[in-house]
Design a protein around this ligand. Structure first.
Ligand SMILES: [Zn+2]
Length: 309
């Protein structure tokens, strides 16, 4: 048992080391992409501004031409004021929203869909416990654990049967899963955090920088969902790294589509980092029970949003 535990920790350490290296590479790529995006945004702003200036110029020019043309025949004031103002307003309406919608239209549309209605879920249900940096695990939290057949990972007893069903149904479709993390004690979480911080500091960061960087992926003790026993990291047997490659496995695709049927939700989806405070993790699933998972799946809600509504 001691040796198996040691082996599991060794394997986990190796996996995290590889994951870290992969994440560093991805970060560099991301920075490059961000820079390109910023340049594109600047270009767009320049184009929008030019169009606006040109439109204004045309309006002003048109106004002078019009007044010149009609000044002989009609009273100049009649044409000058109402005619020109009408044109002015029209230009504003056409060009302003166009420039604005490039940046923000998509986001607000998305948000309004997500926050459609209030949650008819009972938030006192311990399965809906929200644990993150702002909401550490309550001191009096208790959980019944059950060890998985591998002997290496423990999970909350309450989810055991649903997990077993889920993995068995996946297996029927030729998929092979590894539950590589389940319950993690506060001490173990602290160890993981220290290891990651040390690794970052070795590559030249200060403690504060390392802490900031590391806690985007590894939570401080009591702030990790893994302390509840309700969170699982599930990977493909053939690809066990916790990185962006994981979502390209058939196992991960199947889980994302079907986990809600068994009471699990993908906890940290892509593009929701501002809500969850955690980078996208395609492998991290959280048990909330079948009813809540179905509701959250149908409404497209995150656990944070269930608590907000
Ligand atoms: Zn996890």
């Amino acid at each position: 048992m001691k040796a198996a535990e040691k082996m599991a920790q060794e394997r986990e350490r190796e996996r995290r080391r590889q994951t870290r290296a992969m994440r560093e590479r991805q970060m560099r790529k991301k920075q490059l992409r961000r820079r390109r995006y910023r340049i594109a945004l600047c270009l767009r702003a320049v184009v929008a501004l030019s169009v606006l200036t040109l439109a204004l110029f045309i309006v002003l020019w048109g106004r002078t031409q019009l007044s010149k043309l009609f000044s002989d025949k009609t009273d100049r004031q009649e044409w000058d004021v109402p005619g020109a103002e009408g044109l002015d307003t029209q230009v504003n309406i056409v060009s302003m929203p166009d420039a604005a919608s490039n940046g923000e239209g998509g986001v607000s549309e998305n948000r309004s869909h997500r926050q459609q209605e209030g949650a008819p879920l009972d938030l006192s249900d311990p399965l809906l416990l929200l644990v993150n940096k702002e909401n550490p695990l309550p001191e009096d939290y208790e959980v019944e654990l059950q060890v998985l057949p591998s002997g290496l990972v423990s999970v909350a007893e309450v989810l055991y049967d649903d997990l077993e069903d889920m993995l068995a149904d996946g297996k029927k479709e030729g998929l092979n899963f590894v539950v590589c993390s389940g319950y993690r004690s506060a001490e173990r979480q602290q160890e993981l955090l220290d290891e990651d911080i040390r690794a970052c500091m070795n590559s030249g960061m200060t403690y504060e920088e390392a802490y900031e960087e590391v806690t985007r992926m590894t939570m401080p003790p009591r702030c990790s969902e893994h302390a509840t026993g309700l969170a699982l990291d599930i990977v493909s047997l053939d690809y066990q790294l916790l990185d962006e490659g994981q979502e390209r496995t058939a196992e991960n695709a199947w889980l994302k589509e079907n986990a809600w049927r068994y009471g699990f939700v993908l906890r940290y989806p892509r593009g929701q980092e501002s809500v969850t405070g955690i980078d996208y993790e395609s492998w991290h699933f959280r048990y909330v029970g079948k009813e809540a998972a179905k509701y959250m799946h149908e409404e497209g809600l995150l656990l944070e949003e269930v608590w907000q509504s």
